[in-house]
Ligand binder design. Structure first.
Ligand code: UN1
Length: 509
């Protein structure tokens, strides 16, 4: 395995990461939070990177009450002005792209190109949010009554709670935080305890920008365990919106608790993404898209390609090309520029992959390549020839396992493609217009994202991101996803000097 060429101490210094860091911040860091200590480990080497003191219940309380106070002022700043401040955050992220990207790599194991790509995603959404800050449009309606004006306004909502996952430790926060900030909300972030340092580095960047404007409490951080900190957050009526990214199992619990207090949730849960390849597809494109989709981020994206449906005519050549490509994947230290696949995030992830593979074999899956643990958190990307009825195909195993399934006709492929609980991302490779339109029609893909001649992962920020069924139904990022971060108010103004009632009702003494 290749050696590390990036100086870790320099990187940590550039991003102001200390050997021991506070995990609770409302602009000022709480010096000694009481929630116990966690260690951030490099999954490629097992080495300690730095320690973090977690937020305890009193620290949580302190941060949320400061955020609540900050909201009262932040909501009164004009949205375009809030956008200017978000632009400065985007510029700071540009300046720190290489370092922050490398810290993502160091802490969770995705390769450098993908770590930097993740920071680029933050920069892109910051730019999007700046433009959006001048476009928080409401509609006007024609009233049925004379001399009446109807319209709607979008007001800031309050504190947006963001619970993010290890696999996109900073980008998914930014989809929420940059949009929420221009909408006039404050943000309370609980990152994954697997990736506390990237969150601290981002919080420090935000603190510097906000401090220059005399602001605190707009971006806030509480690092801590699901119990008690996550639970306190989802139960807190002062946090009207919870945006949660993670497993379907935990997401279901979040949804129930937040709904129980009539709060709003945005859920971005498991995916089980499929690509359907028609005989007329360009095999070269298929190969590149599938390789990135299935092996990229070591199979740990919610958009990772997990099921590949090949029409029988093209199946042998694509399968053979994939086995060849998998053989050539350079596995190693993700801090090395030439590495294509780094480690899984931790040993539990390795165990879950190996358990899953046991079920695959028991159910008759034929491993065409890989299937084994190498060392530490490193595994081989795995290709499996599978039958569509195998129950394991309905699971999201968060690891680089790709099932190859052969099919005879398109209706059959769509049937099996949609026959899983999850509904995040999907794709078809074809040059046929009818197949394309069928896949994108009401009887085609049932997912939140459906692409043609593009893989399932690597979405741009400009579209709304999220999916259906067990994926949770939430939408984040671009398009009009911002509406979830604001409250809509319908206004009717009567300037007629009369009091006509709607629906023609007469009600007089
Ligand atoms: C995730 O895996 O949680 O579309 C998000 C993609 C990325 C985001 C993935 N832009 O693959």
């Amino acid at each position: 395995m290749a050696h590390v060429s990036y100086s870790v101490s320099e990187l940590l210094e550039n991003l102001h990461i200390e050997p021991v860091n506070s995990g609770a911040c409302y602009g000022d860091w709480i010096p000694n939070p009481s929630g116990g200590e966690i260690e951030s480990l490099n999954p490629a080497t097992g080495e300690l990177i730095a320690r973090v003191l977690c937020a305890g219940p009193a620290d949580y309380e302190c941060v949320v009450s400061r955020a609540r106070e900050a909201f009262l002022d932040w909501r009164m700043i004009p949205a375009p002005r809030r956008g200017e401040i978000v632009r400065e955050i985007g510029n700071e992220l540009r300046a720190h792209k290489a370092d922050l990207g490398a810290l993502v790599t160091l802490e969770m194991g995705k390769i450098l190109a993908e770590g930097r790509g993740e920071v680029q995603e933050m920069i892109d959404i910051a730019d999007f949010a700046v433009g959006l800050s001048r476009q928080l449009y409401g509609l006007t309606m024609h009233s049925e009554r004379p001399g009446h004006r109807m319209f709607e306004q979008w007001h800031p909502l309050g504190i947006a709670g963001v619970i993010s996952a290890f696999n996109f430790p900073v980008a998914v926060w930014s989809w929420n935080a940059m949009i929420a900030a221009v909408c006039g909300d404050c943000v309370l972030w609980k990152p994954s305890p697997e990736t506390p340092l990237t969150a601290i580095a981002v919080q420090k960047i935000c603190n510097r920008v906000m401090e220059a404007h005399g602001l605190k409490g707009i971006f806030n951080l509480v690092i801590g365990a699901n119990d008690p900190i996550g639970e306190m957050l989802i139960q807190d009526w002062r946090v009207p919106l919870i945006s949660f990214t993670g497993s379907t199992e935990v997401g279901r619990h979040v949804a129930e608790v937040v709904a129980g207090r009539l709060g709003r949730s945005i859920l971005e849960l498991g995916g089980n993404n499929g690509i359907i390849v028609m005989n007329d597809a360009d095999p070269g494109l298929v190969l590149r898209a599938v390789l990135f989709g299935a092996v990229g981020t070591a199979g740990q994206r919610c958009t990772t390609t997990r099921r590949l449906f090949l029409e029988s005519g093209i199946a042998p050549c694509v399968t053979e090309a994939l086995v060849n490509a998998y053989r050539q994947v350079r596995i190693g230290d993700p801090m090395e520029e030439t590495t294509l696949m780094g480690p899984l995030v931790n040993r539990r992830a390795v165990d879950r992959m190996l358990d899953g593979l046991q079920r695959v074999r028991e159910q008759g899956g034929e491993v065409l390549y890989g299937g084994e643990h190498m060392m530490g958190c490193f595994v081989r990307p795995t290709l499996v020839r599978a039958r569509p009825e195998m129950p394991v195909l309905k699971e999201e195993i968060f690891a680089p396992i790709l099932y190859v399934i052969e099919f005879g006709d398109l209706d059959e492929a769509i049937h099996w493609h949609n026959g899983v609980p999850q509904g995040l991302s999907s794709a078809m490779f074809t040059t046929n217009l009818i197949a394309t339109e069928t896949f994108l029609s009401h009887r085609g893909s049932d997912c939140g994202i459906a692409n043609i001649n593009i893989g399932t992962s690597g979405a741009e920020i400009g579209g709304a991101f999220g999916g259906e069924k067990d994926t949770g139904g939430g939408r984040e990022s671009g398009s009009d996803a911002w509406k979830a971060y604001m409250r809509r108010q319908t206004n009717t103004v009567n300037w007629s000097g009369q009091m006509p009632l709607a629906q023609g009702i007469e009600f007089q003494l």
